[in-house]
Each structure stands twice: as C-alpha cells, then as structure tokens.
Design a protein around this ligand. Sequence first.
Ligand SMILES: Cc1cc2nc3c(=O)[nH]c(=O)nc-3n(C[C@H](O)[C@H](O)[C@H](O)COP(=O)(O)OP(=O)(O)OC[C@H]3O[C@@H](n4cnc5c(N)ncnc54)[C@H](O)[C@@H]3O)c2cc1C
Ligand code: FES
Length: 283
Amino acid sequence: MTINASSVKTSILVPISATLINVINETSDVKTFRIKIDDAKHRGEFTYKPGQFAELSILGVGESTISITSTPTRPDYLEFSIKRIGLVTEAIHTLVSGDKIALRGPYGNGFPVEHWKGKNLIFVAGGIGLAPLRSVINYVLDNRDDYGRIQLIYGARSPQDLVFRREYDIWREARDFNLEITVDCASEGWMGRVGFVPALLKEAAPSPENAIALTCGPPVMIKFVLQDLVSMGFKSNQIITTLESKMQCGVGQCGRCNIGPKYICKDGPVFTLTELNKIKGDF
Ligand SMILES: Cc1cc2nc3c(=O)[nH]c(=O)nc-3n(C[C@H](O)[C@H](O)[C@H](O)COP(=O)(O)OP(=O)(O)OC[C@H]3O[C@@H](n4cnc5c(N)ncnc54)[C@H](O)[C@@H]3O)c2cc1C
Ligand code: FES
C-alpha cells in the first residue's frame, strides 16, 4: 500500500481483531459472517451507518473491501456477506465460528437515512448487491414509523443464487413492505418470476412521488435501472446507488479508486445520480 504516513492518521489504517460468532451459507459461493470485535473499547468505537464498508483481512493473505450488511440498530455484532471470487475471499470462506479475522473501518459516506424520514423507499438489487441495501432495509424496519412504504425488487441468476432467503418472510410480513423477486433462469420447482431485474422494475412501476430509489448490483443492471428510473419520472437526486469499484487504502490516500475528482472510498461509495452525472467518469 503506498501511503504518505505523515498525511494520514495511522490509527485509521490499523486493523483490529474480531471473532467469528456465526457463519451462514447463503448460496454455493456466498457466506454471511457474523463477527464480534474482540476489544470492548474498539467495539464501542466502531459506530457506522448503513452503506459504509470495512476492509477485512487475513494475516499473510490480504485485505478485501466489504459492505457492512448488518444494521447499526442491532449493535451486538457486525455482519458481512461475502462472495468467493479470489484470493482473500476464498481464504475468508475457509473460516469457521471461533476463528479470528481482522478489520479496519468503518469507511465511506453511507446512506443519508436520517434525511429520508417520511419517504417511500424503493430498493432495486441484483445478486450480492442486496448486501449493502439489506443494512438499510433492516435499519428502516427497526425504525418503521419514520418511513413510508417499502418496495424491494430483487433478482439473481437462479433461485439458488438468492441471498438472505431466511429474511424474506419477515420482510413480507412487515407493514407496507412489498417484496418482488425474479431470477434470470428458473430451476426445477421454481414457481416465481423469471426475467431480468429491469423488466420487473418496469412492471412494478413504482411512483416517484415522495420516494427515494436505491440500487446496487452488477454494473450492467445498475446502468439499465438508472435509465428506467429516470424514464419513470424519478429526478436524479431521488436516485441513489452504491459503487463497488476496486479499492486499496479505503481512506482517500492511495488514489486507487478515484473517478474524476472524486474518491469512491471517501466521497462515496454512495452517490446520487446527480453526483454521478457531474463526475461523468467510467463507473
Ligand atoms: C465499497 C465496496 C463494497 C463491497 N462490498 C462487497 C460485499 O458486501 N460482498 C462482496 O462479496 N464483495 C464486495 N465487494 C467486492 C470485494 O471487495 C471483492 O470481491 C474482493 O475484494 C475480491 O477480493 P479477492 O482477493 O477475493 O479477489 P482477487 O483475487 O483480488 O480478484 C479476483 C477477481 O475479481 C476481480 N475483482 C476484485 N475486486 C473486484 C471489484 N471490487 N469489482 C470487480 N471485480 C473485482 C479481480 O479483478 C479478479 O478478476 C465490495 C467492493 C467495494 C469497493
Ligand atoms: S482506496 Fe485509496 S484512495 Fe480510495
């Protein structure tokens, strides 16, 4: 990591130790890791907002940037849902309850959930992109009276790739919560919808009135969802996305993540479409 040590408080770069207290198999390549920070002082200092992320590391292997998928309203633990794609995520997937992991953070701006009180919220997610949005969803459910209607439009490649399945019934039973799910390809026994997320979004046609739309997923999905939301009448300041471009330091020091004049790690990863249009970078 190339960091000018004199210009950055080193303490924000020092990983702290945590213990895995639960590991849930979400899909064949996604696991959710529930952890507890070991030191009580560090635990108390790790306060976060939905949409922030941490750098998780394994000694001798490396670090990965991962969104915090738990909600700060449930402060006894932190959760990270991780897709196994390479060196670090494969190593994390070998861990079991009781093992140690290191982390630093929380980093990034997070979602301005305090400013959305009284608004209807529309979540549009694909695959593991539901992870950062789940933090907002459960935050809103824990503060249910502060928010309006909730609509979640979620899709994955196949029924086996849907994450957080154990929570769908809880969400469906929550007040004014509408959950619609689609898969790109059905497998045997799937009775639900088949098709891409943008098609389901068009069908659901959420109203832009008094609403905020949040989206996260594969870049190609985000591209179509942003266009569709605009054509449905959402203004660009009502549309929010969270970017997952590659990072290194996570704190605006190494220059690994910049698009135009912005650092995704520091100025983002949460951006309104208004901000993205100004940046005009290749995100
Ligand atoms: C803000 C942010 C939040 C994220 N949240 C999550 C999350 O909640 N869950 C999750 O599973 N992943 C998340 N990611 C992606 C995660 O950081 C990478 O998948 C992970 O670091 C890969 O590390 P690795 O060592 O296993 O893979 P590597 O061995 O480094 O890479 C394996 C392959 O994946 C590609 N790759 C690595 N990182 C990325 C990336 N960020 N985007 C596209 N391709 C990449 C590499 O080019 C290579 O082809 C997030 C990324 C960011 C920036
Ligand atoms: S990751 Fe280093 S500047 Fe953003």
